[in-house]
Design a protein around this ligand. Structure first.
Ligand SMILES: Nc1ncnc2c1ncn2[C@@H]1O[C@H](COP(=O)(O)OP(=O)(O)OP(=O)(O)O)[C@@H](O)[C@H]1O
Ligand SMILES: [Mg+2]
Length: 331
């Protein structure tokens, strides 16, 4: 937006400057015409719109990102790639894509949502077609859920009317009021159109910690049995995950008819991260800061975190979450 204003300002300014220098009115009109055309072209190119110049899915880049940037999540990586690929390549999807990402803290749920957004929208998470709701921030008072409900519905409708390829990320889904979750159900259904609006090309991503403990328990059992982490398959977790989420009395998924009606297309488990993944996160953060990756520092940072079980120290309690601040401390 700021760039747009700057372009416009410069165009108008140069036009006026030329005008002042020009005596003949015909030349002035031509100059104004050129200025206006230039200004409009620049505006169009710098102002995000809901078309293929701003929204295009790059499957190869998503695959490369998942492969090189997301650590230790072989199941999530493969489900997400297939799900997003299949959906984006389908010209006529029957319903919006609904992904529900589960796992303990700092395992990459927000991070993966960002990777998806970056490979669909030129502006990534800054796109005006990508919307993030955080339960505790946007819907803090359970008693006001009726107000939230109508606001949320109008908001989804307004945004999808504006751009059918909209993406909605609901963070802390487990802390959301069940009735509020229910209120988004109509948009996730197999309707052709709802009040004249089609939601079939939208993407909904739900993030939550529910099921995290059970995913961790499964990972720990594999480790105790001496089996490789990569041997864990979706089928080892999927049924359990659906049941846990559905029966979670604490969390907002409880009774939510999203699950009852099979509106969630994919439940995506995020495994707890190990020491080696934390080292990779630290090295990645150094690269992101344009510093030479330093293995010694990465090792120190990783050793500083808390792991469980206490004696074996296998999984990082907070995943890669505190890497940024730890790195500030060591560098
Ligand atoms: N699996 C991963 N691979 C690479 N980086 C990761 C991974 N998990 C976490 N990170 C890093 O740690 C940061 C925090 O992770 P993220 O916010 O995605 O966690 P989360 O799963 O959403 O946790 P929470 O449940 O607490 O919200 C990310 O921005 C990213 O830099
Ligand atoms: Mg998160």
């Amino acid at each position: 937006m700021k760039t747009t204003r700057l372009y416009l300002f410069l165009t108008i300014f140069s036009t006026i400057a030329l005008l002042v220098d020009t005596d003949e009115s015909v030349t002035a009109a031509v100059v104004i015409g050129i200025g206006a055309t230039l200004g409009w072209t620049m505006y169009k190119y710098s102002h995000e719109s809901c078309d293929s110049s701003w929204i295009y899915f790059n499957a190869t880049a998503l695959e490369a990102d998942l492969e090189s940037k997301l650590f230790g999540q072989h199941i999530a990586s493969s489900i997400i790639l297939k799900a997003v690929n299949g959906f984006m390549k389908n010209e006529n999807p029957q319903k919006p894509l609904v992904l529900s990402l589960h796992g303990s803290t700092g395992t990459g749920k927000n991070f993966v949502s960002k990777l998806i957004a970056e490979n669909i929208y030129k502006e990534g998470m800054d796109s005006r077609f990508v919307h993030v709701f955080t339960s505790t921030l946007h819907f803090p008072h359970p008693s006001q859920y009726l107000t939230y409900k109508s606001q949320l519905q109008q908001w989804i409708k307004g945004n999808v009317s504006n751009c059918e390829r909209s993406m909605f990320i609901f963070d802390e889904m487990d802390k959301m009021h069940p009735d509020l979750i229910d209120s988004i159900r109509p948009y996730l259904e197999y309707y052709d159109k709802l009040d004249g609006v089609s939601y079939r090309k939208a993407i909904f991503i739900f993030l939550s910690n529910s099921g995290g403990e059970n995913i961790t328990r499964t990972a720990l059992n594999f480790w105790k049995d001496g089996r490789k982490r990569e041997e864990i398959e979706l089928k080892d977790l999927e049924t359990m995950l659906t049941l846990i989420v559905f029966n979670d009395n604490q969390g907002g998924f409880f009774r939510a008819s999203l699950i009852d009606k099979n509106l969630v297309d994919f439940f995506v488990p995020f495994l707890p991260l190990e020491f080696s993944h934390v080292v990779q996160c630290a090295l990645a953060e150094m690269r992101a800061r344009r510093r030479k990756p330093d293995m010694d520092v990465a090792d120190k940072v990783a050793k500083d975190l808390v792991y469980f079980p206490e004696t074996e120290r296998v999984f990082s309690v907070k995943g890669c979450k505190t890497i940024v601040s730890k790195l500030d401390y060591y560098t």
